[in-house]
Design a protein around this ligand. Structure first.
Ligand SMILES: Nc1nc2c(ncn2[C@@H]2O[C@H](COP(=O)(O)OP(=O)(O)O)[C@@H](O)[C@H]2O)c(=O)[nH]1
Ligand SMILES: [Mg+2]
Length: 320
């Protein structure tokens, strides 16, 4: 039985790796197509190779700082270790990339204190994948924690319906009000209901409309104050959802949200099929906020805890 359980786990891990690997095809194409030629023995360590790699990293949105760090590290390693095959050189590159990403590898800390419910406040611009990520996270957590969802995005009726559908799919209750209701009031309602029902974990959706950005930030601040009013000791995790496909824009949003309201952790969505997967390195180097999960599709299981080593293995297609 135990053996079977482990085997299932291994199969699951393998399938996550496979889907991540295929999701990162486009980014990998930019980074590595024809690079085998460059990495051939004669070229190893030449400035030409490193220059080409640098260009590729920048094209994949790795960003200037992270690119410099990776290239300088690789230069030193090549000098020191004198790899004598393309494969060996790739492993050195891989290690440099892992080093950058290790800084933001940190699992979400879901410790439920006496002040329940532990609250995850999910924020991010429209279309980033907030509601979908809530559906996926609920599925991950619902067996370990008594979970409830709050429909804090009251801007569009469709947003509320979409969240209720995710609640139904997960058999988890959703607290909602009509479209146009005050978002902070919905979340306050949900907190009260959660406490009455001895709920461990409340996951709250929020609006992300862009057209009136100042209002959005004001609304998020108000929600934050409302939660504190409910219980100043409540443990709140503010989780920012960003869309990897928007590249540099995703990074800018994270910087902005972090300075306006403070972010505890990140989820990077839509890593499947984007050529901008390199943004993850830029985020690590310039923001340093823990990246808890990555989203690689629209289905309920298309989410995995972020692991630097697995990510780079999938990206470079080397499983060592
Ligand atoms: N390919 C892909 N699509 C995603 C992912 N996450 C969300 N989406 C899609 O992106 C669109 C916007 O997602 P939604 O959760 O409604 O974003 P929200 O406005 O932030 O709540 C929907 O069509 C989702 O199915 C992902 O990881 N990969
Ligand atoms: Mg939504």
């Amino acid at each position: 039985m135990l053996f079977k359980k482990n085997q299932n786990k291994e199969q699951q891990a393998f399938s996550v790796w496979k889907s991540l690997k295929s999701g990162l095809n486009k980014t990998r194409d930019i980074l590595l197509s024809d690079i085998g030629d460059l990495l051939s023995l004669n070229n190893l360590g030449t400035d030409e190779l490193l220059e080409e790699l640098e260009t590729r990293l920048l094209l994949a949105d790795v960003g200037i700082d992270a690119t410099e760090k990776i290239i300088n590290g690789l230069k030193t390693d090549i000098k020191k270790q004198r790899p004598d095959s393309a494969e060996e050189a790739l492993i050195l590159l891989k290690q440099q990339m892992i080093n950058v990403l290790k800084a933001i590898e940190s699992p979400i800390n879901l410790s439920v204190s006496a002040h329940k419910p532990l609250t995850i406040l999910v924020i991010g611009v429209n279309g980033a994948g907030k509601t979908t990520t809530i559906g996926k996270l609920t599925n991950l957590y619902k067996n370990s924690f008594k979970t409830m969802i709050a429909a804090g995005d009251t801007f569009r009726a469709a947003a509320i319906e979409q969240l209720i559908a995710w609640g139904d799919r997960n058999s988890v209750p959703v607290v909602s009000r009509a479209q146009g209701a005050d978002s902070a009031a919905v979340i306050y309602d949900a907190l009260q209901t959660a406490r009455q029902q001895n709920i461990d974990l409340l996951i709250a959706d929020t609006a992300g409309r862009l057209q009136n950005k100042n209002n959005l930030i004001d609304e998020l601040k108000k929600i934050r104050r409302t939660i504190t009013k409910f219980d100043p000791e409540l443990n709140v995790i503010t989780l920012l959802i960003i869309d990897a496909a928007t590249g540099q824009n995703a990074l800018n949003q994270a910087v902005q949200f972090n300075s306006d309201i403070g972010i505890d952790g990140l989820v990077l969505t839509k890593l499947d099929g984007t050529a901008k997967g390199g943004i993850i390195f830029a985020i690590a180097e310039s923001l340093g906020i823990p990246l808890h999960y990555i989203g690689t599709g629209e289905s309920i299981n298309d989410i995995s805890p972020f692991n630097a080593q697995d990510f780079v293995s999938a990206l470079l297609s080397i499983k060592t």
